[in-house]
Design a protein around this ligand. Sequence first.
Ligand code: ATP
Ligand code: MG
Length: 231
Amino acid sequence: MLDILIVEDNKEIGTLLCDFLRRENYTVSVVDNGEKALELYEKYLTIVLNETERLTKLTNSLLTLNNLNMKGMVLEKTDFDMNEVIRNTAATFEGICQQKQIMISLILTGETMFVNADMSKIQQVLYNLMDNALKFSHNDSTITIETRSKNGKLFVSVKDEGIGIPKDSLKFIFDRFYKTDLSRGKDKKGTGLGLAIVKDIIQAHGENIDVVSTEGVGTEFIFTLSKPNPM
Ligand SMILES: Nc1ncnc2c1ncn2[C@@H]1O[C@H](COP(=O)(O)OP(=O)(O)OP(=O)(O)O)[C@@H](O)[C@H]1O
Ligand SMILES: [Mg+2]
C-alpha cells in the first residue's frame, strides 16, 4: 500500500515511525537517498500526525460519552447567562472563521438571558453544534446563533448555510459513529460522536433538540433550555 523512507540521520524517529506504520498495516521499506527521502519523510509524518489527531479526538469523545453514561449523567445545575456562554463559545472559533471567511452572527434576546442547566455540558453542546456548522459551511458564508424566549423556555438555534444533510440521513445523525456520505469529503477527522454527545446531554436535561436541513442549502439545530425557577 504505502512506502515509507527512513532517513539515515534520524534513526530514532525513523524507527518509531516505522514501528507505528507497521502496526497500522502500512508497508514500510527503508531506504536512504537524500532529498527525495526527506520530502517523503515529511509527507508520511503528516499522515501520522493527522492520524494521531483523529485518534486523540476519538479517544476524547469516547471518554466524554463514557463519563456521561457511567455516572448516569450527574448534572450540576446552576442559573447562568446563556448569552455569555454563546459569546464565549463563538469567540473560540475566531481563528477558523478568519481562515474560512465565515461570519458568526449573534441574534440574542436582551443583554443577559439566564437559564437553569449544567453550564459546562451546555457549553459542550454549543461547541459541538458550532464545530459542525463550521466544518460543513462553505467559505464566505454566515453562521447564525439565535435565541428566542417562549413559554418559559429558551430556544437556541445554530444555523449554517453549508452542505446540508440528505433527507434519508436525518434520522441517523444522532447515532454514534454515523456520518453522511456528503460530509466525508469535507471532513476526514470527525468520528461521528459529536451529535451523540449532544443528544445525551439534552435528553439528560429533559429538553429537546430538533434539526431542519436541506441538502445544498444549509442546516439548523434548535435546542431548548429551561429558565431559572422563580424564587
Ligand atoms: N451542520 C451540519 N451540516 C451538514 N452535515 C452535518 C452537520 N452537522 C452534522 N452533520 C452530519 O452528521 C454527521 C454526524 O455529526 P457528528 O457531530 O456526530 O460527527 P462528526 O462531526 O462527523 O464527528 P465529531 O463530532 O465526532 O468530530 C456528520 O458527520 C455530518 O455528516
Ligand atoms: Mg461533530
